[in-house]
Design a protein around this ligand. Structure first.
Ligand code: GRF
Length: 193
């Protein structure tokens, strides 16, 4: 039986799209049973519509975020919650109910350049400002502390001397698309073992 994965996204959704593709090529042997979207006008929603994946659009109501996510997981029969550029902090009640069942991808080599305030282009700007020669991406489990759950996989990417943050972001994003699907697949296999 294929496991049901629910993806949560707030942005362009390129990782979400890569996961859809991976389910079609068989790299990821799971069903994406739903998308939780921060807003209805984000790119991820378009990818969901194209792939006939049902969408749950969150209301802009912070106090009920946990209930909304729990309701969406229930509706979609979600067994794993996969964050793909989801910018809201996952409420504790969700983390408790889906302990070790929530994954995230972050565009740096955690624990470096993670935590509150490190998202999007800010991550890559900080990496370049610090003169790092390498950065990358990390797939990790989600716990109560931002970007601090157990690391499942990382991929290192070179930082070039003339990189602008946007160049580094693009190079890392390409690796994210490969790493996320493969790591989710391995994680699902480890749950079945
Ligand atoms: C990615 O860089 C991911 O690491 C981070 O948010 C970004 C999402 O990009 N968590 P996309 O919406 O999947 O294109």
């Amino acid at each position: 039986m294929k496991k049901n994965i629910v993806v949560a996204a707030s942005g362009s959704g390129s990782n979400f799209k890569a996961l859809i593709d991976a389910t079609q090529t068989g790299i990821l042997n799971a069903k994406i049973s739903g998308l939780i979207a921060s807003r209805e006008d984000i790119g991820a929603v378009q990818f969901a519509i194209q792939a006939a994946i049902p969408v749950y659009v969150l209301k802009n109501e912070p106090s009920s975020l946990g209930d909304q996510i729990l309701e969406a997981m229930e509706n979609f029969g979600g067994e794993l919650l996969v964050l793909a550029g989801f910018l809201r902090k996952i409420p504790e009640e969700v983390i408790q109910k889906y302990s070790d069942r929530i994954l995230n991808i972050h565009p740096s080599l955690l624990p470096k350049y993670g935590g509150k305030g490190f998202y999007g282009i800010r991550v890559h700007q900080a990496v370049i400002n610090a003169g790092e020669t390498h950065s990358g991406c990390t797939v990790h489990l989600v716990n109560e502390d931002y970007d601090q759950g157990r690391i499942l996989a990382q991929k290192t990417v070179e930082v070039r001397h003339d990189d602008e943050p946007i160049d580094l972001a693009a190079r890392i994003l390409r690796e994210e698309h490969q790493l996320y699907a493969r790591t989710i697949q391995q994680y699902l296999e480890s749950l079945n073992a």
